[in-house]
Structures are given as structure tokens and as C-alpha cells.
Design a binder for this molecule. Structure first.
Ligand code: MAN
Length: 529
């Protein structure tokens, strides 16, 4: 203790202790506190915890609770040693690091009594730091100047949007007037069209009812004819035996019409009268009956009526004429082809598609169609203009910063790729994530709001309501914005699952740098020589 005290005194006397602007002070004391250390008086601990003779300062024994009596030794656990670091930035280090063999101060002052070979590197380090600071300063200045252009451009675009909106409003008014005119015309020509169509449809319905009745009558006549044809003995009753005499009803094509096969067509009865036949027998028989007629190929040689018939070859078209009655076997299949039932709905369908009105009605329909098209076009124009106007209004409502400096970013997108994903940020619109392997994009969020702290609101953006995380919340992204000469993403991370952090630089947030020119000292703008 004595030794240190003596050393300390010696140093003071020799002026080897810290010398700054000719102010002598004990080792480890900053210039700002030099006045508290007056060698001609007792020392008052800086926290007021006691008063000690000045000789106890830096005597390597801790007297004050705050360690203020031992700034230059490691005696107090909570004291601070101040390195002057001439040529670079001053530094406060915990006094416990004094003479611990590690160079903490660039001027090596913390290791004055250790065996370490600390040398003063402050000048070199200071120069490098000043160069770096100057470079940053220059960047900031450049960024700040670029910000001015962004502001100018932003304001210009705002003006342009306002002008455009005025134009669109005017255009829309005109378009609305045109649409109203077209609507009037449409109403005018639709009235006579409606009347004509009503008249036309009434006539048409009548015609159709007549055609339907005719068709029904024709079908009934056909049924009656078939009944007469099947009713061999003409007694007005169809019997099992009569149907058995018709090869047509050989359902299983085994060459024989069994009683069961015949009864199937008689609805399991022994007989069927004309009335029942028309209602339910004919609809059942008709397809078989008519198909056989169509498949019939007239025989080239006449077969004897009573000849025994060989069983038909399955799938063979040939009908066993032997089973038909000699006198009517051929005419049985002789009904005209165009009677085919399948043709009827087809004709009706075509008629509906190519509906042709009479000339007068057609003229009115054409005129109304034209008026409707004209109205639709005019209406579309109004809606297109409204949409365009709405989208511009939305843009105008967005907060592009106090000086419109962020407006130029709207419409641009910026990308950042890491090992797994490519991230894309489209400011004022959305943030997305695209896996490098695989397809599809994951929406991380839609533009939400500025979310920086109150005094620096425009330093952060928030994008919310992205795709929902599996078993979790909707994805969201925060964008932290820093000053830089280029608008770009410098990093993206996911600090919490499905919460993303985008880091971006842009001149838009570069403030005017403080003037450090002509200052030889530290980047903080003050020097201690
Ligand atoms: C995807 C990505 C990841 C996210 C998981 C959550 O893989 O969006 O960023 O963490 O989904 O399941």
C-alpha cells in the first residue's frame, strides 16, 4: 500500500500521471472529475460515503463505498478507471481490470504496473475510426441528399395522382351521363320488343300445343296400328299366344317366345285390352318392337311359314322369318324409318337454338340487343373508371411519411434470399416468402401500419394477417428501416415462429449528418489531448 502511495505521489510530482490540457489529476480520473481530486485537501468520496486524507487516493486500499478513491488501482470492486486514449476515444473500464495483464485501453494506461507488453495504439486506431466515421458521414450525407430527391419525387407523384383523380372524376361524370342516355334508349326499345315477344310467344305456344297434339295423335295412331297388328284374331284383346307368335318378344333370344316372355309384356296378365295397351303395354313394347323393325333385313328367299326355326345366332341380325306369320311377316317391319322416336326431341332442340322470329319481331329484338350492348358497354366504362378512382383514392389515403419520402417505394418490390427462402417485400402492399425448393408463395402479411416508437414512427413497418401458421397464429412481418444509400433488404429472419423480421436500408430515413469536419478528435466530436 505504501509503495503504491509513494509511486502515486512520485508520479504526481513528476507529472507522469495523466496530463490533459495541463490539468494534473490522479491516475484513472477523467478530466470532467479532476476538480474533485485536489491534492491540497482531503478527498470526499464522490458518493458522500466518507472523507479521507488525499494521500489515500490510489493507495491500493478501498476506502470509499463507490470506489471513487481508487480510480487508478484495482482495489475497489466497483470503481472505474478512465483511459484518456489520446488520439482515439476515451474509455471507462471497471477498475478491476487495471494491471490484470490484459490491454483494455489503447493507450496502455490500464497496465502501467503489469508485465504485459501493452503499447499505445490509439493513434492508428483513432485514424482508422475517424476514417470509418468519415466514410459513414459521407454515406449519410449522400443518403440525406437522395432522400431529398425521394421527397421531391414523392410530392410530384402525389400531385400527379391528385390531377389524375380530378380527370377521372370528370370522365366518370361524363360516362355516367352517357350510361344514363343509353339506359333511356334501352328502355325505349325494350318496350316494343317485350310486346312483340309476348305476341310472338303466344302464337308460338299455340303452334307448339297444336304440334304436340298432332304428335300425340300420331303416336296413338302408331300404337293402335301396332295393336291391330299384334292382335292376330282381331278380337280387340291381346293374348299370351298372340305375343308368343312374335319372334320380337323372344327376350333371351333362344329361338322361342315362352309364356313368361310374352306375359312380361302383358304386365303378368293373360290378356290385355286396347285401353291398357295404350297406357302401359305399348310404352313397354315400343322399344323392342321398333328396334326389331329397324334391324330387319328383308329375306332374299322366301322361307316356308311352318318351317322349324333353328335357334338364332346370338347377336345375329337376321330375324327368323319362319316364326313370323306368312301373310304379314314382311309388312311387320315395313313402317317408315323417319318415324323413329329418337328424332323428335332432336328436332325440338334445334328449333329452340335457331329460333327465328318473324321479320318484324326480329327487327325489334335486334334493336333491343344493340341497345343492351350499348348500355352494357357504357355501364362497364363507368365501373372501370370507378375502380380506377377507388384504387387511386386508396393510394392517396396511405401514409407515405411526413414528407412523402416513402411514396416512391409503392409499386416496387425488394428481395432477399437466404439458405431456404426467397423473401419479397413490396412496401405498402405485402410481404411474401417463397421456398427455394418447391413451388408456391407463403403470404407473410399485408401492409398494416407504421410501427416505430413515438419519436421515430417511420423506422418500422408492420405487415399483418398473413397465412395462418399450422397450429398457430397468422404470419406477420416487422420491417426495421435503417439509413443507407440504396433501398434494399439487408436481412430477413424469423425470431419467433411465423413472426418475421425484415431489415432494410433506404435513403428515405437518412437524417442530415452532424458536422464533424475540422474536428481532429473522436467520432463523438470531442477530443482530449
Ligand atoms: C413454413 C415457413 C416457415 C414457418 C413454418 C411454420 O415452413 O413459413 O417460415 O416457420 O412454415 O410451420
Amino acid at each position: 500500500m505504501k509503495f503504491i502511495f509513494v509511486l502515486s505521489m512520485l508520479c504526481l510530482a513528476s507529472g507522469a500521471v495523466v496530463k490533459a490540457a495541463e490539468v494534473l489529476r490522479p491516475r484513472g480520473v477523467p478530466l470532467s472529475k479532476a476538480s474533485f481530486y485536489d491534492p491540497t485537501r482531503d478527498f470526499n468520496c464522490l458518493d458522500g460515503s466518507g472523507t479521507i486524507p488525499f494521500a489515500y487516493v490510489n493507495d491500493d486500499y478501498c476506502d470509499c463505498q463507490d470506489g471513487s478513491d481508487e480510480p487508478g488501482t484495482s482495489a475497489c470492486p466497483n470503481g472505474f478507471f478512465y483511459c484518456t486514449n489520446v488520439g482515439h476515444s476515451p474509455l471507462n473500464i471497471p477498475s478491476s481490470r487495471v494491471n490484470d495483464g490484459v490491454c483494455d485501453c489503447c493507450d496502455a494506461s490500464d497496465e502501467y504496473a503489469s508485465v504485459s507488453n501493452c503499447v499505445d495504439t490509439c493513434r492508428e486506431l483513432g485514424r482508422a475510426a475517424r476514417e470509418e466515421a468519415a466514410k459513414q458521414q459521407e454515406e449519410r450525407l449522400k443518403g440525406f441528399q437522395m432522400r431529398q430527391s425521394m421527397i421531391e419525387e414523392g410530392r410530384k407523384r402525389k400531385k400527379e395522382a391528385e390531377v389524375k383523380m380530378d380527370e377521372l372524376k370528370k370522365e366518370r361524370e361524363e360516362a355516367e351521363a352517357a350510361r344514363n342516355d343509353k339506359e333511356e334508349i334501352k328502355k325505349l326499345v325494350e318496350e316494343p320488343e317485350k310486346e312483340a315477344l309476348e305476341k310472338y310467344n303466344a302464337i308460338e305456344q299455340e303452334r307448339k300445343a297444336k304440334a304436340d297434339a298432332e304428335q300425340k295423335a300420331k303416336e296413338e295412331a302408331e300404337a293402335r296400328e301396332a295393336f291391330a297388328h299384334l292382335d292376330n284374331d282381331g278380337d280387340g284383346i291381346l293374348t299370351v299366344a298372340e305375343l308368343q307368335s312374335r319372334q320380337t318378344f323372344d327376350t333371351n333370344r333362344d329361338g322361342e317366345v315362352t309364356a313368361e316372355e310374352a306375359k312380361f309384356y302383358l304386365r303378368q296378365e293373360e290378356t290385355m285390352d286396347l285401353e291398357t295397351f295404350l297406357v302401359s303395354g305399348w310404352p313397354m313394347m315400343r322399344p323392342t318392337y321398333k328396334m326389331d323393325q329397324r334391324m330387319f333385313v328383308p329375306p332374299t328367299t322366301e322361307a316356308p311359314a311352318e318351317a322349324l326355326t333353328p335357334p338364332p345366332v346370338p347377336g345375329s341380325e337376321g330375324k327368323d322369318e319362319g316364326d313370323m306369320e306368312e301373310d304379314d311377316g314382311i309388312e311387320d317391319y315395313d313402317l317408315p324409318e323417319d318415324d323413329d322416336v329418337e328424332d323428335i326431341p332432336k328436332e325440338e332442340e334445334e328449333e329452340e337454338i335457331d329460333q327465328k322470329y318473324d321479320e318484324e319481331t326480329q327487327k325489334l329484338v335486334d334493336a333491343a340487343n344493340k341497345a343492351r350492348e350499348d348500355f352494357d358497354e357504357a355501364d362497364r366504362r363507368v365501373r372501370d373508371l370507378t375502380r380506377e378512382l377507388r384504387s387511386l383514392e386508396e393510394t392517396q389515403e396511405k401514409d407515405y411519411g411526413p414528407e412523402e419520402e416513402f411514396r416512391v417505394m409503392d409499386g416496387d418490390c425488394y428481395e432477399y434470399t437466404d439458405r431456404e427462402y426467397t423473401y419479397r417485400l413490396c412496401p405498402f402492399d405485402k410481404a411474401v416468402q417463397k421456398p427455394k425448393s418447391g413451388h408456391g408463395e407463403i403470404r407473410l402479411g399485408q401492409w398494416g401500419e407504421w410501427s416505430g416508437p413515438e419519436e421515430d414512427k417511420y423506422s418500422r413497418m408492420k405487415y399483418t394477417s398473413g397465412q395462418t401458421c399450422w397450429n398457430g397464429p397468422a404470419r406477420s412481418a416487422d420491417v426495421h428501416i435503417y439509413c443507407g444509400v440504396e433501398t434494399k433488404l439487408t436481412g430477413v429472419s424469423e425470431p419467433n415462429r411465423c413472426e418475421y423480421l425484415f431489415e432494410m436500408t433506404t435513403p428515405a430515413v437518412c437524417t442530415k449528418p452532424e458536422d464533424i469536419s475540422g474536428d481532429e478528435g473522436t467520432p463523438h466530436g470531442h477530443t482530449e489531448l
